[in-house]
Design a protein around this ligand. Structure first.
Ligand SMILES: NC(=O)c1ccc[n+]([C@@H]2O[C@H](COP(=O)([O-])OP(=O)(O)OC[C@H]3O[C@@H](n4cnc5c(N)ncnc54)[C@H](O)[C@@H]3O)[C@@H](O)[C@H]2O)c1
Length: 442
């Protein structure tokens, strides 16, 4: 197998990682994990960039390099962390509060976490009803607050002597806002920011500030943020990659594995009931109907996209789909996701599948944060801009162009991601059809 072009250089210098929601459960679990890996105390389980391999060439070439060795990714030792939150705590205090990791594990990275504290966030309780912020930027209209975020980014870059920065939204889920005229183009968006329009949420201000500062932006929550026409256009014009939305970690991860199996086997679906209990702050925020609606939209669309009822009306035109999230404090971050799936087979005979996923929300999300930060930095250095659909693998509700159909099937998403890496490095993409033809013994 022959490499055609040398397309991208090794990263130089330090990469800044600015996390919105720095003191949350996902963020602090991510940070503690990175430091624990750097100290040789644990390994990056769940991270495709660190543990995954990629096949190059035909199977019989027997060449399966690790992804992190195949593409020039920034090394963990070169990451510098910072971010914003609406409570002034250092990340060690917040990680204790989050209650995801044991006190023993946190003690081993206490020194590193203690020195990371947030900058004042841009927050308005109108958008997250269940939270109060006492560490927030008070002055100015929305446009001026966005300018303050830009100043924060510039300062962080300078103080830490950074080559590059990536920003990731790991903050709370905001209320549901439908895309409308104020989001249509950049002029409308700017005047809406200046006029404090209610359809401009804080997450949009962070996204705007990132793109203006030439910084890739990732949205791990289901709220719109960068997923509006004006910001997508802005990201393309500024040559900045954006990605989102809503980390695919638990129940939807299961859905995007089981549903393609049903479709590939031509098994019918009559109902899918998904129920969750969780007791962390995210669960509390999602207990508010307006924030839940944002999450619900994100979770509901998956099945219709995968099952294509229009193509298979006999199998999928009438299934009942319900998603529930219940705030249940005793469980903390230990989410339990039940799925009851009613299916039918040969001669319409009914069957059931039950899933009970006892997971740890932040343990599942932390490696996604790492992969996304590293891949988005890679995308920026490769001059990708706008929506990064090759990173759909990581999201419940992949951002897509207005008339595109997003891909939800986990394994097609993975194939797309790996083929993108192969192509950027100048290698053939993997086509199973061609490979099978080569293997036919003639
Ligand atoms: N853990 C998962 O598996 C998973 C999966 C998909 C999506 N998510 C999303 O990721 C986000 C983080 O989850 P979490 O469990 O860490 O929640 P969390 O409540 O523990 O953390 C959110 C943090 O964001 C801060 N915050 C809220 N609004 C802010 C603002 N405007 N500016 C700065 N900081 C702000 C909060 O103070 C808090 O520290 C949530 O939106 C959640 O829905 C998580």
């Amino acid at each position: 197998m022959e490499k055609r072009i040398k397309s991208i250089e090794n990263p130089e210098g330090k990469l800044g990682v600015l996390i919105v929601g720095l003191n949350g459960a996902v963020s602090t679990t991510f940070l503690a994990g990175v430091y624990s890996i750097l100290k040789g105390l644990s390994s990056p389980i769940g991270s495709l960039t660190q543990m995954g391999t990629i096949r190059i060439g035909n199977r019989d070439d027997n060449f399966f390099p690790r992804i992190k060795e195949f593409i020039p990714l920034t090394e963990l030792k070169d990451l510098v962390f910072g971010g914003w939150d609406i409570r002034n705590e250092n990340c060690y205090e917040s990680s204790l509060y989050a209650g995801v990791l044991s006190k023993e594990d946190l003690a081993k990275v206490k020194q590193e976490l203690e020195i990371i504290s947030p900058m004042k966030g841009v927050f308005d309780q109108f958008y997250v009803k269940r939270l109060k912020g006492d560490f927030v930027k008070e002055e100015g209209n929305k446009y001026e607050k966005m300018l303050m975020l830009r100043e924060d980014i510039k300062r962080f870059r300078k103080e830490n002597d950074l080559e590059r920065i990536v920003i990731i939204w790991c903050a709370s889920t905001e209320i549901y806002i439908p895309v409308n005229g104020v989001h249509r183009d950049i002029d409308n968006l700017i005047s809406a920011m200046r006029n404090n329009h209610p359809d401009i949420s804080p997450s949009m201000l962070y996204a705007y500030a990132a793109i203006s500062e030439d910084v890739p932006f990732i949205n791990g929550a289901p709220n719109l943020s960068c997923d509006v026409p004006a910001l997508i256009q802005f990201s393309k014009e500024n040559s900045v990659p954006v990605a989102g939305k809503d980390f695919k970690t638990g129940q939807t991860l299961m859905k995007t594995v089981i549903a393609p199996m049903l479709k590939s086997k031509m098994l019918g679906l009559s109902g899918w009931f998904s129920n969750n209990i969780l007791g962390n702050r995210d669960g509390e925020v999602l207990d508010d109907p307006e924030s839940f609606k944002t999450k619900e939209q994100s979770k509901l669309s998956v099945l219709n996209y995968i099952l294509q009822p229009k193509l298979y009306p006999e199998l999928y035109s009438e299934f009942y789909h319900k998603v529930r999230i219940n705030y249940y404090p005793p469980r903390g971050d230990d989410k339990e996701g039940w799925d009851n799936i009613d299916i039918f087979g040969w001669m319409h005979y009914p069957m059931q599948i039950k899933i009970d996923f006892l997971c740890k929300d932040s343990i599942l999300a932390a490696p996604l944060v790492l992969d996304l930060v590293l891949f988005m930095d890679f995308a920026k250095r490769y001059n990708f801009s706008g929506i990064q659909s090759w990173l759909s693998f990581y999201f419940k509700s992949p951002i897509h162009k207005e008339n595109d159909i997003p891909e939800h099937d986990l394994f097609i998403q993975l194939a797309k991601l790996k083929n993108t890496l192969r192509a950027t490095m100048g290698f053939e993409v993997v086509s199973h059809f061609e490979e099978d033809r080569n293997n036919i013994d003639v």
